[in-house]
Write a protein that binds this ligand. Structure first.
Ligand code: ROI
Length: 164
């Protein structure tokens, strides 16, 4: 059993669901993955887009799961959930209906064509580290340090809990 952290993000509605609804139903889908259970769910956060500004605000969250799946098996399951939510891969750093990222997989450091873990961008992203610290205040990123220390250096402009 491995403890894994998943980052979720959405800023695009589909015909069926708002960004908030995409994140909520994705969290439900995580618990349906084989040999996997959900342990902790952060609040939903509203965040300003990182990258191109001609896109809407994001809803972000982080979930801690426990899984028996190998990293690439887990990735396959996450991509199936993204596809179910109508995820279309087009513009790099553009709007998306649903993004599911494996942030950390236990203490593992993984570098292959499909996965870089710990997620290379998470250190710079308050919309990842703040929800992560909410569900594990002692969380350490392999090779990088404590999440609560890393947060001190980050701009948290426009990040707010949004449970409306
Ligand atoms: N910006 C925010 N605020 N939240 C995200 O989840 C997010 N995801 C992305 C890019 C386009 C980099 N910007 C984001 O992939």
């Amino acid at each position: 059993m491995t403890i894994v952290y998943i980052g979720l993000g959405s800023n695009l509605a589909s015909s069926a669901e708002s960004p908030r609804q995409h994140v909520i139903t994705a969290i439900e889908s995580l618990d349906d993955i084989q040999s996997t259970r959900t342990a902790h769910i952060s609040s939903l956060y509203k965040s300003k887009p990182l990258g191109p500004q001609d896109q809407g605000d994001y809803i972000n969250a982080v979930v801690q799961i426990e899984t028996e799946l190998e990293p690439l098996e887990l990735l396959d399951n996450l991509q199936a959930i993204e596809n179910k939510h109508g995820r279309v891969r087009k513009e790099h750093w553009g709007a998306r209906t649903l993004d599911l990222d494996i942030l950390m997989y236990g203490e593992d450091i993984i570098n292959n064509e499909r996965l870089t873990i710990p997620h290379p961008e998470m250190l710079n992203r308050s919309f990842v580290l703040v929800p992560l610290a909410e569900i594990n205040s002692d969380c350490a990123i392999p090779g990088k340090g404590l999440v609560r220390d890393l947060i001190l250096n980050l701009d948290q402009d426009g990040l707010e809990v949004s449970n409306e």
